[in-house]
Design a protein around this ligand. Structure first.
Ligand SMILES: NC(=O)c1ccc[n+]([C@@H]2O[C@H](COP(=O)([O-])OP(=O)(O)OC[C@H]3O[C@@H](n4cnc5c(N)ncnc54)[C@H](OP(=O)(O)O)[C@@H]3O)[C@@H](O)[C@H]2O)c1
Length: 223
């Protein structure tokens, strides 16, 4: 499979790119608004992997080109820019029958910590599903993973990720992809209408990390 990570130059994009490259044989393409920025990140991830003893080519492209050629597209973009990014991809007819994974979570902060701040659609995942063409299948996943922990090859992940989709086949495909990553167990959380519950766990884990020693980049494990 060919996996494009849009905004793959950022935090969660880096973590997912490194783990996908280290643990799977899928082609990985780093997307960016600027192709040169994607190229720099791809080079840097290849070096990180090589230093870890993994020789792996990471491709790069602008977000639109990366999307057109992909089987799976990960929308690793800050929540406030997700809508505009989908609009641009739509105008350029880049989205067709791909699976589009969104890890986006709307949050706001105050002195006490971070709080879940979903859009009026109920969740970011449902917002994405409303904005894409009918032919594109939206799957919510990777919301509760900590980017820095993913990017740290020495970190023992040992965490779960929850996957939502209305299309059962696509949901299973992303569960299978998540389970290819060492230390991650992907579990179904049902259809997209359940995404708000999953997204709302993200500010919780960030607040736990803030208020407790030795809980940096904490994740969720169900047992
Ligand atoms: N960070 C985490 O630990 C984490 C965990 C779970 C879920 N998430 C979710 O993953 C998503 C990405 O988070 P992040 O922390 O990786 O974000 P980030 O590092 O702040 O940004 C990711 C990338 O988004 C692109 N971007 C920035 N502004 C943009 C704009 N106006 N339009 C289009 N693209 C823009 C940039 O790529 P280019 O400049 O190269 O285009 C940037 O490198 C968010 O929705 C977040 O809720 C994050």
């Amino acid at each position: 499979m060919r996996i494009a990570i849009l905004g793959g130059t950022g935090n969660i994009g880096e973590g997912l790119a490194l783990r996908f490259a280290a643990d799977t044989s899928h082609s990985i393409v780093i997307g960016s608004r600027e192709e040169s920025k994607a190229a720099d990140s791809a080079d840097s991830y290849e070096s990180r992997l090589a230093n870890h003893g993994i020789e792996r080519a990471i491709e790069h492209a602008d977000n639109t080109t990366a999307t057109v050629d992909a089987d799976i597209v990960v929308l690793a973009i800050p929540p406030h820019h997700v809508g505009d990014t989908i609009k641009t991809l739509g105008e350029q007819e880049a989205l067709a029958d791909q699976i589009l994974i969104t890890p986006a979570v709307g949050m706001r902060g105050d002195g006490a910590g971070l709080h879940y701040d979903p859009p009026s659609t109920g969740s970011m995942t449902e917002l994405v599903a409303k904005r894409v063409p009918d032919s594109t299948t939206v799957v919510g996943a990777f919301h509760n993973l900590a980017a820095d922990r993913l990017a740290d090859f020495d970190a023992d992940l040992g965490v779960d990720t929850l996957v939502m989709a209305n299309d059962e086949e696509a949901r299973q495909q992303v569960i299978d992809l998540g389970n290819e990553l060492t230390g991650i167990r992907a579990l179904s959380a049902g259809s997209l209408v359940n995404a708000a519950e999953v997204e709302s766990v993200t500010p919780l884990v960030i607040n736990i990390a803030r208020y407790n020693d030795d809980m940096h980049d904490v994740g969720v494990k169900f047992s």
